[in-house]
Design a protein around this ligand. Structure first.
Ligand code: GAL
Length: 783
């Protein structure tokens, strides 16, 4: 039986030797816990690096004598030493994998025991990822959940399920302390809870199994029972899994035998203010955002294993995962490498049942070759999980390839160069798959408050790389899902890497639409401009792009149809962006009554004048214009008038542009761009029904300031305040700036049931109030 141990902890930022025996001051905290709440910008990593302590009492009823007790900490960043009643029990040296400590012999049943954890949250160079610089913050704390596992003397230690085919499963069950003559019974249950197979551990045939895939991620459960010789149940454990095959071949990735291009993003596990300490709901929400809002079918957990809840949600939603060991460029000494090998073991053993995980990263991200080291990490992985292939992320070309897949950070695209390097220039083995594990990122940092032109270019760059990757890569993981805080050595001076397609609160930048528009879900129609000429040099907007998964996009000017927008038909993308390069379209025919030939000539000249300016018009167009005037008896002023009406609007009344997305002949989305002074708030909440379960619950609030047309108002960088009342608290400040017109907040339940209300306020909008209810879920908690 597993009990949550998230409540009832005390925390001190300053460890002392009497702390594990109850001495010293400490304050009450709940897990997940960050050892220091931090600001959004300009974080000093010194503030979260400390030798701190956590402790809680553990009342063990006398009736538990003879049982086995295990303490499990899911995330302790970075070096944790566990004490029970003042006695040192174990040390774990990785901040990104879980660990279990058997405390059976250290606790005394029938009394109150004291658990304590000494936590070194510093960037201790003796363990990965530390030893040199790292481009992300490595927040400290007991930042994931804690559990107490109570078992019989004989118990099940592990269930491991693989699916060599879509209708067979291999089930391995490991036990410890099982009495002679004990028996194992295994059953496989479908998502409705119906038993579809039962027998002993080993091979299971499930002819009617439904495959797990990205569209229909059908999950099964494998239940194992350990029975004493007399038939009494000693232990019962289960593991979720899916019937799926995953294979990288030279030409790409195959899911269940079907070639599947991996369209993904890299995800860090950080959040504003709370660092890594995000509970279950927030972890799941990120997977949902990736799949549903960003249209991804894959994610890379850069640069470490992430919350089991996040991966569980990837299983549930059908999001493919490339996960990897902690590390960033630097390889340390022998002991450091031994620890990295231990991290490989823990990663594979803790995550190997997840159907969503399709690839193990067993190299330190972007490290140099080290064949001896990486032969070890590969061997460990293959021994513990023969069902998956390995990879390791490189910036090196033609590096030593001990893995099955060449994962390459292709930062070659600079806006003008091709989207990706050809496979033959990158890999050392054409017979194995190549994938782009990162692109863009630092090549084009883009803030939510940058100009439209820059934000549009960020979106286009992501699509250009993806487009190139479709041809011969197995997939492409853009860098990255959201902006993240980093060390002084990186970032924009405020120690933020503005590399995200979303901001740190998961509000979308334009580049988010580049991803979303490739998905087949809800209609996407995002215009890469507000169409305000005043935001562009000399009022020339240049090419505007529309990111959409519609079949066609129709453009209207002041309510009159202009044209259907073009797409690059040679693109490999499922939905290449639409180009607004003709804002005159058929207006000369429909509004001026010009015959087609005259309209065509004039349209060409006027569009060229729009592009180059009247003064800069190339001679060829000047000649064309002169010929046109002569041919159709036009005066110079006629040309000037047409130019004023259809091209240069500076000094004229603002235009209303409308974009209609059409799918299967129907308008499925519409965007109107018209200058607007009327602002309002869009407040999106991850969930309003908070549940006190294994621990507290937390809702993510995403706020955008929109104009009167419902479009983002990126320059409305207003102060936004959050007023919260009721049985919940705010994580982070109550007043923030809407950077690029966007911001966010986090609302945390307080251990009690009831209600809470959050009011979001700015001086220029109507307030929005969100009501929350807080209930409790029946969850086994250790009191
Ligand atoms: C890569 C690195 C990432 C991030 C990215 C920025 O080199 O693996 O962690 O720093 O560059 O573009």
């Amino acid at each position: 039986m597993r009990y949550s141990l998230c409540d009832g902890w005390e925390f001190t930022p300053q460890w002392s030797d009497e702390f594990p025996t109850g001495g010293g001051e400490a304050r009450a905290v709940r897990l997940p816990h960050t050892c220091k709440e931090l600001p959004l910008h300009c974080i000093d990593p010194e503030n979260y690096q400390m030798l701190c302590g956590y402790r809680r009492t553990l009342d063990v009823p006398a009736g538990l004598a003879g049982k086995r007790l295990f303490l499990q900490l899911d995330g302790a960043a970075h070096i944790a030493t566990v004490y029970v009643n003042g006695v040192e029990a174990a040390t774990h040296r990785c901040g990104y994998t879980a660990f279990r400590v058997e405390v059976t012999k250290l606790v005394e049943p029938g009394r109150s025991n004291l658990l304590a954890v000494k936590l070194d949250t510093s960037e201790n160079p003796s363990i990965p990822p530390f030893g040199f610089v790292v481009d992300y913050l490595t927040y400290g704390g007991l930042y994931r959940e804690a559990w107490l596992d109570v078992r019989e003397n004989g118990y099940i230690t592990d269930i491991y399920v693989t699916t060599p085919t879509l209708t067979t499963a291999n089930v391995k069950v490991a036990t410890d302390g099982a009495p002679d003559g004990a028996k194992l019974e295994v059953s496989i249950l479908d998502s409705a809870g119906k038993t579809v197979w039962a027998g002993a551990a080993g091979k299971a045939n499930v002819p009617d199994a439904k495959p797990w895939d990205t569209a229909r991620p059908d999950l099964y459960r494998c239940e194992a029972r350990l029975l004493a010789p007399d038939g009494m149940e000693l232990d019962r454990q289960e593991a979720a899994f899916g019937f799926r095959t995953a294979q990288f071949k030279a030409d790409g990735f195959y899911l269940n035998g079907k070639k599947t291009f991996l369209r993904g993003l890299n995800r860090h596990q950080s959040y504003p203010y709370i660092g890594y300490a995000a509970p279950e709901a927030l972890q799941r929400e990120d997977a949902r955002i990736l799949k549903e809002e960003l249209g991804c079918n894959a994610v890379r957990t850069s640069h470490y294993p992430q919350s089991q809840y996040f991966i569980d949600e990837c299983d549930r939603l059908g999001l493919l995962v490339f996960t990897e060991i902690p590390g960033w460029q630097h390889i340390g000494n022998g002991a450091w490498k031994d620890q990295a090998c231990q991290n490989v073991r823990e990663m594979v053993l803790q995550y190997r049942n997840h159907p969503s995980i399709i690839l193990w990263g067993v190299r330190i991200n972007e490290s140099l070759d080290d064949d001896e080291f990486y032969a070890r990490t590969n061997a460990i992985t293959h021994e513990l999980d023969s069902s998956r292939q390995t990879s390791g992320v490189r910036y090196l070309e033609k590096s030593s390839l001990l893995e099955d897949v060449y994962a390459y950070n292709d930062f070659s695209h600079n806006g003008r160069t091709p989207g990706a390097k050809p496979k033959k220039e990158v890999t050392s083995d054409m017979g194995k798959a190549l994938l782009i594990s990162e692109c863009n990122g630092h090549m084009f940092p883009t803030k939510p408050f940058d100009t439209w032109a820059r934000r549009q270019e960020q979106a286009l760059r992501h699509l250009r790389v993806q487009d190139a990757a479709w041809k011969e890569h197995a997939g492409c993981f853009g860098w990255c899902m959201f902006d993240y805080p980093t060390h002084k050595d990186f970032g924009s001076g405020d120690r933020i890497c503005y590399h995200g397609v979303m901001d740190a609160f998961r509000n979308p930048k334009l580049a988010a639409a580049a991803y979303a528009s490739q998905g087949e879900g809800a209609p996407v129609l995002t215009v890469g401009s507000s169409m305000d000429i005043g935001d562009y040099p000399a009022g020339r907007m240049g090419r505007v792009y529309v990111f959409s998964n519609a079949d066609e996009v129709a453009l209207y000017k002041n309510g009159v149809f202009v044209t259907r927008l073009c797409q690059n038909r040679t693109s490999s993308l499922p939905h290449p962006p639409f180009v607004v390069d003709d804002t005159i379209g058929e207006l000369l025919e429909t509004q001026e009554g010009f015959p087609p030939e005259k309209a065509k000539l004039l349209r060409e000249c006027l569009l060229a004048a729009g592009k180059y300016g009247l003064a800069g018009l190339p001679v060829s167009y000047k000649a064309k214009m002169a010929w046109c005037m002569a041919r159709y008896g036009m005066k110079f002023q006629d040309g000037v008038d047409l130019y004023g009406k259809y091209v240069a609007n500076w000094g004229g009344e603002a235009t209303v542009w409308r974009f209609d997305g059409i799918k299967d002949g129907k308008t499925v989305a519409s965007v109107t761009c018209r200058p607007s002074a009327k602002l309002h708030l869009e407040v999106k909440v991850s969930h309003t029904s908070l549940t006190e379960g294994a621990s507290y619950d937390m809702a993510a609030i995403r706020v955008r300031i929109l104009d009167g047309n419902g479009n983002p108002a990126p320059y409305a960088q207003l102060p936004v305040s959050f007023a919260l009342s009721g049985n919940a608290e705010l994580a982070g400040p109550a007043t923030v700036t809407a950077e690029g017109g966007m911001c966010g907040a986090y609302v945390r339940s307080l251990g009690t049931t009831g209600t809470a209300a959050l009011t979001v306020h700015t001086e220029q909008t109507e307030d929005v109030t969100i009501n929350f209810t807080i209930k409790t879920k029946e969850e086994e908690k250790w009191s």
